[in-house]
Design a protein around this ligand. Structure first.
Ligand code: SIN
Length: 358
């Protein structure tokens, strides 16, 4: 029998952390207008109660509501709380696996954040952390949340033999590394998994699994989770026709610590930015560049030589590159406080070289 409890446990369980999102959303007129809804309305205990009869025999669930928000309002402080909750729960021998219900709008950021701060620990401990969400609110006639949540619980509780511990995501019957999940469609039911290298949750595909192992082999060490008030300020700027130098120069008098340049094509930016970007590097602002196209890799010195100090983001999208740069800047601070001479570039380079699963 499965059960849902929130008090002190003595037998193994799957922990379900509720963050909100459409999966917990409610529409006032669900039959006529399911897409007119408010995200983050239903408590995680109620979402679990709806699927309780379908939870596999013997799987015990414990839930914790960390937040109940529309994920467009995700804060760095909340990421810190989530990361700490995941690390504490991974360390608990009674927790067999963790499911996180999340809004899909920023699940991309949370996926890469958890991979970079908790991925090695999850792998070493042989525990799976599975992110999931939904595109339709909880009371829509064809709500996708219940099946996504069930898939996530099943996968989190499946024995480790056929898939290693790590940070994954499940949507629409398919699973992928959480750091590969990205919403690339505004409304399709499989929007968050579209274009993400994924495998059927029921039948793990061997070539996908070897890609997972290749990523995990290269990810040798989790980065520190920034304290709630410690996150460095990093902005994303998009290059476009008619770009102006002022878009860059206005940051020189601010406390911004890093800029992610979402460039055109292979991650190039408008020539109007060049001199002010050189000035930004001189000011100590960290620069990374990625492509605004939504796919493909950004490689060093292509199509032309990089500004000295500006790193290419590999396959990281702009939102992922931003989280990666924040974690790299924070890791640099911690390393230097510990007397190590590692820089943000050292940490960021480790992230940008992670292979793409095809
Ligand atoms: C959200 O991200 O919280 C709303 C959208 C969604 O979950 O699909």
């Amino acid at each position: 029998m499965s059960s849902i409890e929130n008090h002190l446990e003595t037998s193994p369980y799957i922990l379900v952390l509720g963050m909100g999102g459409t999966i917990a959303g409610l529409a006032p007129h669900p039959t006529e207008k399911p897409m007119e809804y408010e995200a983050g309305q239903v408590e995680i205990t109620s979402l679990l109660a709806q699927i309780q009869s379908a939870v596999p025999e013997g799987v015990k669930l414990v839930s914790r509501q960390l937040a109940n928000i529309n994920s467009r309002n995700l804060t760095e402080a909340l990421l810190t709380q989530l990361g700490n909750a995941v690390q504490e729960s991974l360390a608990d021998a009674l927790v067999k696996g963790i499911v996180v219900t999340h809004g899909t709008d920023t699940i991309e950021e949370t996926g890469v954040f958890l991979q970079l701060t908790c991925g090695k620990n999850a792998q070493n401990l042989g525990k799976r952390v599975i992110l999931t969400g939904a595109m339709l609110p909880a009371n829509a006639p064809k709500a996708d949340g219940p099946s996504n949540l069930l898939d996530a619980i099943r996968w989190a509780s499946t024995p480790i033999d056929n898939c290693p511990g790590g940070i994954y995501a499940v949507m629409d019957g398919r699973g992928c590394l959480a750091m590969d999940l990205a919403k690339r469609h505004g409304s399709a039911l499989n929007a968050p998994i579209q274009g993400s290298p994924s495998s059927s949750v029921g039948l793990i595909n061997p070539s996908w699994l070897s890609g997972v192992k290749a990523v995990q082999a290269l990810w040798v060490e989790d980065l520190p989770i920034p304290k709630e008030n410690e996150w460095p300020w990093v902005e994303i700027l998009t290059s476009h026709a008619g770009a102006r130098a002022e878009t860059i120069t206005q940051w020189l008098s601010s406390k911004v610590k890093g800029l992610v340049l979402a460039g055109t094509g292979m991650g190039g930016f408008h020539d109007a930015w060049r001199d002010s970007l050189v000035a930004a590097v001189k000011h100590g602002i960290a620069l990374v560049r990625t492509t605004r196209t939504g796919a493909g890799e950004t490689v060093p010195n292509l199509p032309e030589k990089d500004i000295s100090g500006c790193l290419a983001s590999g396959s990281l999208s702009a939102p992922r590159a931003r989280i990666a740069l924040q974690l790299a800047l924070n890791a640099e601070k911690h390393a230097q406080a510990a007397g190590k001479s590692l820089t943000w570039q050292d940490f960021f380079a480790r992230i940008a070289v992670l292979p793409v699963i095809r």
